[in-house]
Design a protein around this ligand. Structure first.
Ligand code: 16G
Length: 197
């Protein structure tokens, strides 16, 4: 067994988590139907790559893309760097992106967070978070690609389930990828707090 040398720790190209695991995901395990067939290892275009977040993604429009999902605030490079380091050190954060290598722009993102549990024999629970795809790249199955990638990753890491909350209009989309509204058990509730400025 060789070392996973792609997990480089040199400044800007530093990955949030080891990228090798994405190459090994078996897309045949997902109920999602891809036409044409694509995967994280072969995303369908030679200029596209699916990979973990990198420190240098601050300069590749990652935060601007997240801004298409919700409010991000005005995040400085220092804040981004610190959060990246905190996520990496604590573990359990699998921020995953799609890059357009032609213009070095992040065009899709989704996050898997992994919670450690006592229940289910000290199991793990995955949560799908912050899914966003640049809408000028429609018709390339990118939403499906990024969500299936992190969902298979959750399974690969040993999660017993993966959960999400979403707008009503997205329920059908997530159902095609294997997510189900569990009768009597599918209510999302939030308590909102004032945000620090
Ligand atoms: C959606 C997202 C969630 C994100 C939230 C932000 C998915 C599956 N769900 O619920 O991850 O954090 O929107 O909205 O991507 P907010 O700014 O109103 O909390």
């Amino acid at each position: 067994m060789g070392m996973d040398t792609s997990y480089i720790e040199d400044g800007n190209s530093e990955y949030l988590y080891s990228p090798g695991i994405l190459q090994k995901l078996n897309f045949d395990k997902s109920p999602a139907i891809f036409k044409p067939k694509i995967s994280a290892a072969n995303p369908g275009e030679s200029w596209m790559v699916v990979r973990p977040l990198q420190r240098s993604d601050f300069d590749k429009g990652f935060l601007q893309l997240l801004g298409q999902l919700t409010s991000t605030g005005n995040i400085s490079r220092k804040q981004f760097d610190e959060r990246f380091t905190q996520m990496k050190n604590s573990g359990g954060y699998y921020v995953t992106v799609i890059e357009d290598k032609r213009n070095s722009k992040i065009i899709g993102a989704a996050t898997l967070t992994v919670e450690q549990k006592f229940i289910h024999n000290c199991s793990l629970r995955g949560r799908l978070e912050d899914v966003v795809v640049n809408d000028t790249y429609r018709g390339k199955q990118l939403g499906k690609l990024i969500v299936v990638t992190v969902s298979l990753l959750a399974q690969e890491l040993g999660c017993y389930k993966m959960s999400l909350d979403c707008k009503d209009k997205l329920i059908k989309f997530y159902e095609t990828l294997g997510y189900k509204m569990e009768p009597g058990n599918s209510n999302a509730m939030n308590m909102r707090f004032e945000e620090p400025s």
